[in-house]
Design a protein around this ligand. Structure first.
Ligand code: ATP
Ligand code: MG
Length: 429
């Protein structure tokens, strides 16, 4: 996201680029591209093809500073457009203005007619307010993202992931185990999140951790954070994953129920996927639920490597507010314990505190939340592990069923708005 924070233009160019595809008489669709300079002409045509499936688009145009339309038909012309756009970005940055997306106007061979843009986030706002609107991302589900992460995986599968290729940028946050950085991966031009954990362990244990992490390459779910590789340098391990521009849920306040519902659906699907692979998450909590401006919700930091969990536990001993009672009292940990943490993650901090003190499981105040939501939380937080819903019961719960409509736009809009608010309150980080 906040690439406007970086000074030199070459660093800036490696950051996220938002392309606003203007649709005649229909508004626009915003497309977030992670590596602008690497973008090819045919990539843009591919995405335009998804936005306007019934039109045969062969070229597109952009506007120069005088408002003249310039046609783009080749990679060379793409480069010229991008370099023009980045110069305008520099100018906006210097003047402290909001960075406007790159607007393009598809040129169709035949009239597009009525198009199926269902599922795409369409920005229909027009006029001056558009200029101060957040850089709303697309909700293209989407081949474009899949393609880029597939490309990245290919590069990384060749064992090219190493410290020399990574440029650490901002610190995204500190946890008990380590620090997470936003980083730039030079060979692929992608932005990553790299978690660095200091571990004073033997080479043998390092190897064991690396082999236990192998399973992450096989995790393939849109509800689980993408894994790109891990490596040890001296006494620290770096774990490289997909960067989520909305960050983790713990920093969002007061999430409205219709948004929370969609987030809960994704979290339940992510957990169900992990459980199907016989992986227990073991650390379900809002800071391990990540969101992005595309409206995706993904789980991270699940305990695939027992050795990694043990090694971190040596330097940090403690419980957290999301742990199930049976875990705190040292009994067996199972799927049900993840379900408890799922329930408590979706409660307000106030009830969370109550829960630690009270004998009985907490109940949400009726009236503020819908009955299915309150029921869902209450069921997940039954004191007896066996009384909590099993995976298929979670998926079939009315609260989950109600919001299981694949509407990523709701989450996308909410993330974009929250980021924009944060930006206007604190300025770029
Ligand atoms: P704990 O160490 O107890 O798990 P935590 O989850 O807050 O606590 P970290 O896992 O180290 O700590 O993460 C620190 C912060 O980094 C998170 O709160 C989150 O905001 C951010 N973060 C982690 N992974 C990503 C990612 N892939 N994309 C964007 N932000 C991330
Ligand atoms: Mg975490």
């Amino acid at each position: 996201m906040l690439w406007l924070a970086f000074g030199p233009s070459h660093a800036m160019e490696n950051q996220v680029l938002v392309i606003r595809i203007k649709i005649p008489n229909r508004g626009a669709v915003d497309w977030t591209v992670n590596s602008g300079p690497q973008l090819l002409f045919r990539d843009v045509l591919d995405v335009i093809g998804q936005v306007l499936p019934e039109a045969t688009t062969t070229a597109f145009e952009y506007e120069d500073e005088d408002g003249d339309r310039i046609t783009v038909r080749s990679d060379e012309e793409m480069k010229a457009m991008l370099s023009y756009y980045y110069s305008t970005v520099m100018e906006q940055q210097v003047n402290g203005q909001l960075i406007e997306p790159l607007q393009i106007f598809p040129r169709a061979c035949k009239p597009p007619g009525e198009r199926n843009i269902h599922g795409l986030k369409v920005n229909t706002r027009a006029g001056p307010s558009q200029h101060s609107s957040p850089a709303i991302s697309d909700a293209l589900p989407s081949n474009s993202l899949k393609k880029s992460s597939a490309e990245l995986k290919k590069i990384l599968a060749n064992g090219q992931m190493n410290e020399q290729d990574i440029r650490y940028r901002d610190t995204l946050g500190h946890g008990n185990g380590g620090t997470v950085y936003k980083a730039y991966h030079v060979p692929s031009g992608k932005i990553l999140a790299v978690k660095v954990i200091l571990l004073d362990i033997t080479l043998e244990l390092q190897k064991q951790i690396m082999s236990e992490l192998e399973i992450l390459y096989k995790c393939d779910s849109s509800y689980i954070i993408g894994f790109y590789g891990a490596f040890f340098v001296e006494n620290r391990i770096s774990i490289c994953t997909e960067f989520m521009d909305g960050g983790s849920l713990d920093v969002y306040r007061k999430i409205p129920e219709h948004v929370l519902g969609r987030i809960a659906v994704a979290v339940v699907k992510g957990l169900t996927y992990l459980w199907s692979l016989k992986i227990l998450h073991r650390d379900v909590k809002p800071s391990n639920m990540l969101v992005n401006t595309r409206g995706q919700v993904k789980l991270c930091d699940f305990g695939v490597s027992t050795q990694l969990v043990n090694s971190i536990a040596k330097t940090y001993v403690g419980t957290n507010a999301y742990m199930a009672p049976e875990r705190i009292s040292g009994e067996q940990y199972g799927i049900h314990s993840d379900v408890w943490s799922l329930g408590i993650s979706f409660m307000e901090p106030l009830q969370l505190l109550q829960c630690i003190v009270d004998e009985d499981s907490p109940v949400l105040p009726v009236g503020e939340f819908s009955e299915p939501f309150v029921h869902f939380i209450t069921q997940c937080m039954r004191k007896q592990p066996k009384e909590r819903p099993a995976p298929e019961e979670l998926m079939g719960h009315p609260f989950i069923v109600q919001f299981n409509d694949g509407n990523a736009t709701v989450v996308s809009m909410w993330v974009c708005r929250a980021l924009e608010e944060r930006r206007s309150q604190h300025g770029p980080p």
